[in-house]
Design a protein around this ligand. Sequence first.
Ligand code: 13P
Ligand code: ZN
Length: 268
Amino acid sequence: MEILIDEIKKTSSDMARRGWAESNGGNISLRLKEEYYEYFNEHKPISDWMKLPETMPEIGGDRFLVTGTGRYLRNIELFPEKNVGVIETDKKGEAYRLLWGYKPKGAPTSELPSHLLSHCRIKEKSDNKMFAFIHTHPNSVIALTYAVANLETKSLTKLLWQSHAECIVVFPQGVEFIPWVMAGSMDLGKATASAMSRRNLAVWQYHGICGCGRNLDEAFGRIDVAEKAAEICLRVMAVGGAKQTLADEQLKAIAANFNCTVDEEIFE
Ligand code: 13P
Ligand code: ZN
């Protein structure tokens, strides 16, 4: 359990220091491997079962470390048991209850629909190897959703791939663009989970980004690279736009060199 707390402390502090987590912005969830279950077996559940907005059989009986709603990611380092909790879903995936955390009283992030519905999809697509999901508010990614007209998944992905030569290696399946949807809603959760079934990153217009991975480092790393590319893109736009850029053939050559399976539709 301590290892997990250390991991979430490191990730949340990194996010805060980069300016991705103003006030209570951003949230993190980590599906627990069974080896961590024993720790909680000694503890009594600290809430009743609460109904999930939709049945999620894919994650029935699973346990998650989840940041609390309204809590500041920058404070996790100092007070993990106040700002983070552990929830458990029932066997059918119809309800959840609290096992640990959110002291003295609290609840999981308001973006729980996006987190849990995405966990269903990433667990499935990775053959049970992906455990981490992060939502955050990095400046350049958000700014890009204002600065570029008619953004959609293909144009956004292409722009980011071209803005930094490593991008196509880090996210060869691209970045899904999700036009504005109300924060915390089931609609946003469904759109995000659907994106996660195809890709490892999704941008929420005017709001932020979500990323998944086998662990927090991998999910964080994907977002970090996308944010860096967005920053480069904005800097290039600020000095009058690109005078040259990576051609499709060069992007494809980079992907082939690193054995990455690219979403070919992005090039269409
Ligand atoms: P929470 O405080 O509920 O986690 O919300 C923060 C956020 O980023 C909403 O999109
Ligand atoms: Zn947010």
